[in-house]
Design a protein around this ligand. Sequence first.
Ligand code: GLU
Ligand code: ZN
Length: 298
Amino acid sequence: MQYTGRFAPSPTGPLHFGSLVAAVASYCDAKSQGGKWLLRMENLDEPREVKGAADTILQQLDAFGFEWDDAVVHQSQRAEYYADALNTLQNKQLIYPCTCTRKEIADSSNASGIDGLIYPKTCLKHAPKPTNIHAAARVAVLDKNITFVDRIQGEITQNLARDVGDFIVKRADGLFAYQLAVVVDDATQGVTHVVRGADLLDSTPRQIYLQQLLGFATPLYAHVPVAVNLAGEKLSKQTLAKPISTSLTEHQLFDALSFLGQNPPTEIKNATLDKGWRWAITNWKISNVPNLRQIKSI
Ligand code: GLU
Ligand code: ZN
């Protein structure tokens, strides 16, 4: 099997240390297995995209010496792929329109899942009028365990009915949901290995379920620990994480490799970036990545 990996940043701001960790892990895993490494801009919500963020991310990746294969894919240009998948689900009668507001769901739901309230299937029981164009599309889930073995986090089991509920694949404002887009993109780009942050571990069973419904292969998954600040918050634009700098890249590569449990020799810190990468790829051991969902970093 030809290994195809990917890095899929959302252009909501520049890359910070946490995103660098995910990029380094997916890159080393791909390159150490002679694989391809694709780059995908997850700008589903193009109008709300932060101006210039995608360019900044490309410049940052370039400064670090990442070499991606094939052209960069932009989710904003792939609506027809997502519409196709939605059609397939529609034809198989696996989705249904939902016009419930947040408040209606809050008033009628009586169960909490991992991501908030479980949708009480109101619109499945009483279909909204077909003339209503502002409907979201929800996929009906099963009361059945979905289990997969994460290469870092081990065996993960979720019951979508109990833990998530019928979830949205297309929003009422017409945008496709991340869960659908990522599944379609990984499948159409031939991604065999997903290496990303553990904040997405809980989304993986939803993605596996959609792969099964759409007849796509399930890639192998590896979720690396997320970098959190001292307050335990994920580094992000919202928590004011520092963007990674395009100078002293060797140091930051060293720090990312240390975070990932790779024990890089201190020489790497001051060697050329090229040497750093060579060491990182030759010595990459996914089994050394701590099987934690998060790690505090400065
Ligand atoms: N775009 C997501 C993020 O930046 C990553 C999605 C994925 O890797 O599946 O957090
Ligand atoms: Zn509804």
